[in-house]
Design a protein around this ligand. Structure first.
Ligand SMILES: [Zn+2]
Length: 181
């Protein structure tokens, strides 16, 4: 059974009159084009890019108690990808199996890339990064951040993210951290 069917069956996702809830939190199904154009305007410079990322990361972390139980009910590493896929942010997978040495994730079919291709030369998946960092922090019990090192918006095949502690990311990717975290 796929995750959506399982959530509907267990009533962890509910469609009711005028509202949709997932794990008890309100969610919405949006026409993505307008939302993504809005998000890309917000992320127009370094400081606002960081705000977009941290707002999304924090909003996930605020649901830590509810989501923690969910991740423990599933395989936590698989749950990270399933959650990103469930939110419609594209198809997330590990570049290699998750370990403390390797936390590289690959995203195919990002809706942000689909809509912003040709309109940006810098990475565009800040909302996805924020969601990924928050969800992965909950699933692993560590304070993780996510950098987008390659983005398909500038012609790469897929988007590529590195998950790690802020300290390690700053050591290895100082310039990118200054742009993204
Ligand atoms: Zn991207």
């Amino acid at each position: 059974m796929n995750l959506l069917d399982a959530l509907l069956m267990s009533r962890k996702m509910k469609f009711e009159d005028g509202s949709i809830t997932l794990y008890g939190e309100s969610v919405a199904i949006l026409p993505l084009e307008g939302f993504i154009m809005y998000a890309s305007k917000i992320a127009s410079d370094k400081s606002t890019t960081k705000i977009l990322y941290s707002t999304m990361r924090n909003s996930m972390l605020e649901q830590r108690n509810k989501l923690n139980a969910e991740s423990k009910d599933n395989d936590p590493s698989g749950w990270i990808c399933d959650s990103i896929n469930l939110y419609g942010f594209g198809k997330m997978r590990y570049e290699k199996p998750l370990s403390s040495q390797n936390r590289t994730m690959i995203l195919e079919c990002s809706p942000f890339v689909k809509i912003l291709k040709g309109k940006s030369s810098a990475p565009v998946d800040h909302i996805v990064r924020g969601a990924l960092a928050g969800i992965a922090s909950i699933a692993t019990g560590q304070e993780l951040h996510a950098l987008e090192t390659d983005c398909a918006v500038s012609g790469r095949e897929n988007c590529r993210f590195i998950l790690d502690s802020k300290e390690k990311l700053v050591n290895e990717f100082r310039e990118l951290c200054e742009m993204q975290i």
